[in-house]
Design a protein around this ligand. Structure first.
Ligand code: ADP
Ligand code: MG
Length: 307
C-alpha cells in the first residue's frame, strides 16, 4: 500500500466537446511524499489533467487513482485524498473567508470538532480578514484563501495549478514557504508553474507535458544532468554586427557587441571544437565560460520541435 504512488495515471485521454484533443493517453506516477512539478507550455494539458483528478472534467479514456482509490470506482475516497488549488479564482464573493472554509468543510463532511478554520486562516495570513466579504480581498488574498480552502479536509495530496501566475514576488515567496512547510509535514505536493526556476528549486521530480503528451518525467537532478545542451559564453576581440555562422552549435546568440552565448550538444561536440571554429572564422577569444543547461534549456529543447 505505501509503495503505491500518491497519484497513478494510465492512458489518460481527453477530447473536449469541440473536438480538441487535450490529452493523448498520458501515464504518470506521482510518488508519495514527493514535491512534483508538472510543467508545460500554455495549452499543454496541465489543467485538464488536474481537473480530471479533481472531478471537474470528465476524462474520455484511461484511468487514474488517487492515494490508491480509482477515481471511477471510489470517487468519494479519491476526492477526499486530494486538495486542489485551481488555476482560476472562483468563489462566492458574498461569503467571508471564514464562511468559505466552513462551507467547504461541510461539503467534505468534516465534523465541527475537527474543523481548523481559524488555524488555516492564520496559516495563510488571512485571520484579519476572516469576516470580511471575499469580494473585498486583493487578488493575492483570494489566492491564499483558495489554498486554505483546498486544505480544509486535511488531504494527504495538495495540488496547486499555477498558484503564482500573476502574483507578486513577496506573495510568491510566502506561498512557497507555506507549501514547503506542508511538504515537510508529510504532504505530497504537485504544482504546475510557468516559472521554471521555481520548479527547479522546489521540486524533486519534474514531468514535462507538451501537446497532451508526457515528454519527460525524471528526478529534477537527472533531468538537468541528462540534458544534452551546454552553453559556452565567449568574449571575442572585436565588435560584431551579427552572430557568426557555421559554428558547431544549435544556437548562437550575440548578447552584446563582443559577447556570444553558444549552445551546443555536449554529446556530439565540445567547447574546444566551438573555440576552434571561432578561431577558424578569424575571431580571437579573450574570455570563456561554460555552464550546464538549466531547466529552461531542457524545457525549450523538449517542447521546441512540436511547437
Ligand atoms: P494548460 O493548463 O497546460 O495550459 P489546458 O489543460 O488548460 O492546458 O488546455 C489543454 C488544451 O485543451 C488547450 O488547447 C485548450 O485550449 C483546450 N481546452 C481546455 N479547456 C477546454 C474546454 N473546456 N473546451 C475546449 N477546449 C479546451
Ligand atoms: Mg492551466
Amino acid at each position: 500500500m505505501t509503495s503505491e504512488p500518491a497519484i497513478q495515471i494510465r492512458g489518460l485521454t481527453k477530447t473536449y466537446a469541440n473536438g480538441k484533443v487535450a490529452l493523448h493517453g498520458i501515464d504518470l506516477d506521482v510518488p508519495r511524499g514527493s514535491m512534483f512539478g508538472l510543467l508545460g507550455p500554455n495549452g499543454a494539458g496541465k489543467s485538464t489533467t488536474i481537473n480530471i483528478l479533481a472531478g471537474l472534467v470528465n476524462k474520455t479514456g484511461g484511468s487514474a487513482s488517487i492515494w490508491g482509490f480509482d477515481i471511477d470506482a471510489h470517487p468519494r475516497n479519491a476526492k477526499a485524498s486530494i486538495g486542489i488549488v485551481p488555476q482560476e479564482i472562483v468563489f462566492d464573493a458574498f461569503f467571508s473567508p471564514f464562511e468559505v472554509l466552513e462551507l467547504q468543510a461541510g461539503l467534505y463532511g468534516v465534523p465541527k470538532e475537527k474543523r481548523r478554520t481559524m488555524e488555516l486562516l492564520r496559516a495563510v495570513r488571512l485571520e484579519d480578514k476572516a469576516h470580511a466579504y471575499s469580494r473585498t480581498l486583493s487578488g493575492g488574498m483570494k489566492r491564499r484563501l483558495l489554498v486554505a480552502k483546498a486544505l480544509v479536509h486535511n488531504p494527504p495530496i495538495v495540488v496547486l495549478d499555477e498558484p503564482t501566475a500573476g502574483v507578486d514576488i513577496e506573495l510568491r515567496q510566502q506561498l512557497w514557504a507555506y507549501v514547503r512547510e506542508l511538504h515537510a509535514e508529510g504532504a505530497t505536493v504537485v504544482l504546475t508553474t510557468h516559472y521554471l526556476e521555481e520548479a527547479e528549486e522546489l521540486c524533486d521530480r519534474i514531468a514535462i507535458i507538451n501537446h497532451g503528451r508526457v515528454v519527460a518525467n525524471e528526478e529534477t537532478k537527472t533531468l538537468l544532468s541528462t540534458a544534452g545542451d551546454k552553453v559556452v559564453v565567449v568574449t571575442v576581440d572585436r565588435d560584431l554586427d551579427a552572430a557568426p555562422a557555421g559554428l558547431p552549435a544549435s544556437k548562437v546568440e550575440l548578447q552584446d557587441g563582443r559577447r556570444l552565448a553558444i549552445t551546443y550538444d555536449k554529446r556530439t561536440t565540445n567547447a574546444g571544437a566551438v573555440l576552434q571554429a571561432l578561431s577558424a572564422a578569424g575571431l580571437g577569444v579573450v574570455d570563456v565560460s561554460t555552464r550546464e543547461a538549466d531547466l529552461e534549456d531542457v524545457f525549450l529543447s523538449l517542447t521546441r520541435e512540436a511547437a
